[in-house]
Write a protein that binds this ligand. Structure first.
Ligand code: NAD
Length: 387
């Protein structure tokens, strides 16, 4: 059986890799650059680490800061309209997944007609036909892997949807852990467990391949080994570097193998209760994996080993069971609530969360165990009570 593997054409990784930005911009015939970031990153001077060298080299740059976490569709519509009106030659995204997703969207839809809504995966009717503007993506969180995926996620009224096409892939990704040093513990934890979830779901996905397996297992090793230190001591250069590589590898893994049940159930939590994407994934991760464990015991055993434990004297069944326990322990250790109650979600919301999660058919299809409406309800219920 043949497999399709897609990578972003060019990435720079490692400490101070941002130094490669100028030489990369010079490869493109551009003058006027839109830098898309969030207001906080501009205020703390992080965005200027990108903009200053470009301005010194004579490029005209404009900083766009109308980015909010988990960006709603309206924010995307506004940015795309702005990009079309102002005729930029290139877009550069600096930030977490929220800024990067908007950058890809703006870069591609700058050269298309119609609303962003027309291009949404679940309800859109228009097709993406060209690549649009050159795109450079520079993550400042170690989480989403957005810098290497072809996906832009937008929040709708009660759930999330995506615009996706290979034209959304960055021309260049620069993954510099030095840019993540300022991440506070809470964001480090949520984004870090998001990356771990990408790797775990990619590894058990029905679409997993030899290549995505290698990426996912190394991501699980790096993240499991470094996330506690990155949360408790954000200045630890090694932990930040490992988290940065871990989220990058996890992004490549899930872009090629896909995510499944955890994400399908997490999207409505973000949509209905505005819980950060990483937290939504984190609270669900142990419960979804616990529920589907028996459909992928061998793979859960491998994850247990990659997390730094030894399954040598254990049956596959026992190792997979312990794996679920260790995933839960990791989430608790980085101080993320382990129940829906802990996020103040009322029990009577389980019905509407279930109804929205069921709609994520494309994502659910990759689960190693089919997840029907009653399964999804049962998982939310277990996550509510924490049992
Ligand atoms: P985010 O971009 O929403 O940022 C979260 C917070 O962290 C913001 O307040 C931001 O200002 C702050 N922050 C970011 N970098 C910082 C730094 N270096 N120092 C201090 N503060 C910093 O968070 P995220 O989790 O990276 O992105 C979430 C979004 O990405 C969601 O919309 C989610 O659906 C999407 N997502 C996209 C993909 C994809 O493949 N495109 C994958 C997963 C998630």
């Amino acid at each position: 059986m043949s497999e399709k593997i897609t990578f972003t054409p060019l990435s720079y990784t490692g400490w101070d890799s941002l130094a490669h930005l100028l030489e990369e911009v010079k490869r493109f015939d551009v003058k006027k650059i839109l830098v898309i970031t969030d207001p906080f990153l501009k205020d703390i001077g992080l965005t200027n680490k990108v903009v200053d060298p470009l301005e010194e080299a004579g490029y005209v740059t404009e900083i766009y800061t109308d980015v909010v976490p988990e960006p709603p569709l309206a924010i995307g519509e506004k940015l795309v309209a702005y990009t079309r009106e102002n005729l930029f030659d290139m877009v550069i995204g600096v930030g977490g997944g929220s800024a990067l997703d908007l950058t890809k969207l703006a870069g591609v839809l700058a050269s298309h007609e119609g609303k962003v809504e027309d291009y949404l995966n679940l309800t859109g009717t228009k097709k993406i036909t060209n690549k649009g503007l050159p795109k450079i993506l520079i993550p400042t969180t170690s989480g989403t892997g957005s810098e290497v995926t072809n996906i832009s996620v937008l929040s709708l009224e009660t759930t999330k949807d995506v615009v996706t096409h290979d034209y959304l892939l960055a021309d260049v990704a620069i993954v510099d852990p030095a840019l993540t040093i300022s991440l506070p513990p809470k964001v480090t934890a949520a984004t870090g467990v998001d990356a771990l979830t990408h790797a775990v779901e990619a590894y058990v996905s029905k679409n997993a391949s030899v290549v995505s397996d290698a990426l996912a297992l190394q991501a699980i090793r790096l993240i499991s080994n470094s996330i506690r230190t990155a949360v408790s001591n954000g200045q630890d250069k090694q932990a930040r570097t490992d988290m940065s590589y871990g989220s990058y590898l996890a992004g490549l893994a899930f872009f090629n193998a896909g995510v499944a049940g955890v994400h399908a159930l997490a999207y409505p939590l973000g949509g209905q209760f505005h819980i950060a994407h990483g937290d939504s994934n984190a609270v669900l991760l142990p419960y979804v994996m616990g529920y589907i464990r028996q459909s992928c015991e061998k793979r859960m055993k491998d994850i247990y080993d990659a997390m730094g434990f030894s399954s040598v004297n254990l049956s596959q069944e026992e190792a997979s069971y312990r794996c679920v326990g260790e995933l839960k322990r990791l989430v608790e250790d980085v101080n993320i609530p382990c129940t829906l109650k802990g996020f103040n979600i009322p029990e009577d919301a389980i019905e509407s969360l279930t109804n929205d999660a069921v709609e994520q058919k494309r994502i659910l299809a990759r689960s190693p165990m089919p997840l029907l409406k009653e399964d999804i309800y049962t998982i939310y219920k277990a996550t509510f009570d924490g049992i």
